[in-house]
Write a protein that binds this ligand. Structure first.
Ligand SMILES: [Zn+2]
Length: 417
């Protein structure tokens, strides 16, 4: 099929599955059939599986380490990790397939491989979920990310969408003139980049604004929304593909029309997802454990979508602090700091030892605000019932544009299990 038709078909299918009034039972029945077909016909094409499965739960749970240990076994194109890494700096193509890598620390980046057909399906689904109502006239879309990928180039096939990539590693200040000249209708960028655009006072008037590629911390939202005079939407995407996008009411809905989610409870109302991408035919991802922590919504959304809503993507499970008294999730730690004083608009919090935590605050924050944060943290940690050393450092909060920003970070690794 020609790419445009593939994208259009995917667009229509996606709109159809997110339409208001489709009831959950009907949706689950559709999803069950699609998943069963995928387990019977697509799964066996990856050497790691080799045969069909009757039930999803018959399969083992996989993770990034397992996938990266034998990348070629988990895709039907036989693309090896070595081939993919070699191709990424040169345009990201291996034998007609698109390869790319996630933003992460160098040792922890995940790879993906997709076919041409999947690339256009992805574009169709993405447009359907994020800007279907804006497409009645040509649009300029700015993608501001640390790394370009051929994934986005699929849009170049269409005249009515001018999608341009801006390299975040060069810094917003450097890209400022180019961004203002392009005058995008839609901006997709990590929240800290949007916040930097706001801080530098970039003269832009987008009609829609998306935070992507990093966890959206609630402290960034008001600053971004105030500058752009637009509600901030979210795209939750990972190497694993499109996982959720916000509806017009601003609620995040899981992309259950292409991904099946299982959830492991982590405590505190948070879950960690295990995903099966049942529309993918090249990279086979079955019961893949993600590192993210989600808070699922309990209330239905006013948009009437049958797709499950998420209140917040909280952060990564490996950034939970493992302290002698137990585990504390990143959102609880973050709230202890930012709820302590309204003047705190940025911070870093690291677990540096089994019983040591460091709080970093900028030098221009007044002392009483810093002390309030310290005392709030001390209360939280003392409830853990053990002696934890808490250090305050006052220094400018730099962030590496090539790396994801994690305000709460566990830098201390547990010993062997
Ligand atoms: Zn909704």
């Amino acid at each position: 099929m020609i790419p445009a038709a593939e994208a259009l078909l995917s667009f229509v299918r996606t709109r159809c599955l997110m339409r208001p009034g489709l009831d959950r039972a009907g949706f689950e029945a559709w999803q069950g059939r699609a998943l069963a077909r995928w387990l019977a016909h697509e799964l066996p094409r990856a050497p790691a599986y080799g045969k069909p499965a009757r039930h999803l739960t018959d399969l083992p749970v996989t993770d990034k380490a397992g996938l990266m240990a034998d990348f070629a076994a988990f895709n039907t194109a036989g693309v090896t990790a070595e081939e993919a890494w070699a191709a990424i700096p040169n345009g990201g193509e291996v034998r007609g397939f698109t390869v790319g890598a996630s933003t992460g620390t160098s040792g922890n980046r995940g790879l993906f491989v997709i076919s041409e057909v999947e690339r256009f399906r992805w574009l169709g689904a993405m447009l359907a979920k994020t800007m279907a109502d804006l497409l009645w006239r040509p649009r300029r879309v700015a993608i501001v990310l640390p790394r370009d990928t051929r994934l986005y180039h699929a849009a170049r096939r269409f005249r009515w969408i001018d999608l341009r990539f801006f390299d975040l590693t060069q810094g917003i200040e450097t890209q400022r003139l180019a961004l203002e000249k392009f005058a995008p209708d839609v901006i997709v960028a990590p929240p800290r980049a949007l916040r930097e655009m706001a801080g530098l006072g970039l003269r832009l008037a987008p009609r829609r604004l998306f935070a992507a590629a990093e966890t959206l911390d609630q402290i960034d939202r008001p600053l971004i929304e105030a500058h752009f005079q637009q509600p901030l939407h979210q795209i939750y995407m990972a190497t694993e593909g499109l996982l959720a996008a916000t509806c017009r009411y601003g609620r995040l809905h899981l992309a259950e029309d292409s991904v099946h989610f299982e959830f492991t409870a982590v405590g505190d109302g948070l879950v960690s997802p295990v995903i099966t991408a049942f529309c993918r035919q090249t990279q086979i991802m079955a019961r893949y454990r993600m590192n993210d922590l989600l808070r699922l919504s309990t209330a239905p959304c006013a948009c009437g979508s049958a797709l499950r809503a998420v209140d917040e993507v909280v952060g990564r499970s490996d950034d939970c602090f493992h302290l002698p008294g137990g585990l504390i999730t990143p959102d609880v730690l973050r709230n202890a700091v930012i709820d302590a004083d309204r003047r705190i608009t940025d911070f870093r919090l690291w677990q540096t030892e089994s019983n040591a935590v460091t709080l970093v605050l900028p030098p221009d924050l007044p002392d009483d605000a810093a002390l309030a944060a310290l005392s709030s943290l001390r209360n939280l940690l003392s409830r853990q019932g053990s002696q934890i050393g808490l250090t305050l450092i006052r220094q400018p909060l730099a962030s590496d544009p090539a790396r994801k920003l994690r305000r709460v970070e566990r830098r201390w690794q547990d010993g062997p299990p």
